[in-house]
Design a protein around this ligand. Structure first.
Ligand code: ATP
Length: 299
């Protein structure tokens, strides 16, 4: 439903997006992850025909976005929650969008309620909305035309934990009914719970992408050896390097069984041996996207 092929955007000498390719399939949520400035928004803007690419192409529902007739009926887009006219009420915002798309404005109150905005909130002007309320209105706007595809840039910004939980449920349900979701975030934890696939970008380039569970299982094994020096020697014989944590565990890029066998063969006792899972994925994300300056991403 979304196909991005070798997309590149240059600003002067800088490559904001550099040869990015990925696809998004029906029934899936794709998390587009990367630190601030990685090129996520620029990529999404190119997909939506708002920024012309320097090279490459993107299609949604088989066509370049700009060639879609009545695009809101095919693709729901939320790129900037604060882009709505501040002087209009929430209800007016959706009613105008409905008219533009040739839809009955009668659906507006129910659509507002669906995103947690009651009648009172619907009558307030957008300038009085919190960022979280704007995100909710933006989601209602994106979903108004019952599109098959949703493209959302950092939709969790401004939502409280309960709001983030709610949004995950909404997007999961949308995908489970056959919809296609592409959502960006700079926080792995925000998308990990809802995404089926992950595309990780850093400095404009794709660093890794794939099925979330496969990435999780490839995230390595956490090992707690009784004798760290002897265990290092075991890793050397395996041609591996571990990453030691302050808690005495070592993250090893290998399957638990291979590590257990090698350690047993060398007579090294292990107190803990488990798939790194989400923690390992987080380590991988931080390592791939540049480490220390990204402490924020683990919050
Ligand atoms: N119109 C522009 N002119 C010049 N440089 C730009 C422009 N838009 C984006 N950039 C640069 O391109 C790079 C990627 O920016 P982009 O906004 O796509 O990143 P991002 O991953 O979405 O980050 P953020 O979460 O901070 O928005 C940044 O270095 C940014 O400064």
């Amino acid at each position: 439903m979304i196909a991005v092929e070798n997309l590149t955007k240059r600003y002067g000498d800088q490559r904001a997006v550099d040869d990015v390719s990925f696809t998004c399939e029906p029934g899936t949520v794709t998390g587009f992850l990367g630190p601030n400035g990685a090129g996520k928004s620029t990529t999404l803007r190119m997909i939506c025909g708002l920024t012309p690419p320097s090279a490459g192409s993107a299609t949604v529902c088989g066509r370049p976005y700009r060639q879609l007739g009545n695009p809101g009926r095919h693709v729901g887009v939320l790129l900037d929650a604060s882009a709505q006219h501040a002087g209009r009420t929430g209800r007016e915002t959706l009613a105008l969008a409905a008219l533009t798309m040739g839809l009955d404005t009668g659906r507006v109150p129910e659509r507002l309620a669906r995103v947690g905005l009651d009648a009172t909130a619907g009558k307030r002007r957008v300038r009085a909305y919190s960022l979280g309320m704007r995100q909710r209105l933006g989601l209602a706007y994106a979903m108004l035309g019952d599109p098959a595809v949703l493209i959302l840039d950092e939709p969790a910004n401004g939502l409280d934990p309960e709001g983030i939980y709610w949004m995950r449920g909404l997007l999961r349900e949308f995908a489970d009914r056959g919809g296609t979701v592409l959502l960006s975030s700079h926080l792995l934890r925000e998308v990990e719970a809802v995404a089926d696939r992950l595309v990780v970008i850093g400095k404009g380039r794709i660093l890794t992408q794939g099925d979330k569970n496969e990435l999780l299982s490839a995230a390595g094994t956490v090992v707690r050896p009784t004798d760290p020096a002897a265990f290092d020697a075991v890793l050397r014989t395996m041609g591996l390097t571990g990453t030691r944590s302050a808690d005495g565990t070592v993250l090893v890029p290998a399957e638990p069984e291979a590590i257990a066998r090698a350690a047993a063969g060398a007579g090294v006792v292990l107190l803990e041996l488990r798939p790194a899972g989400a923690g390992g994925l987080e380590e991988m994300f931080l390592r791939l996207t540049g480490g220390a300056e990204l402490e924020e991403a683990t919050r």
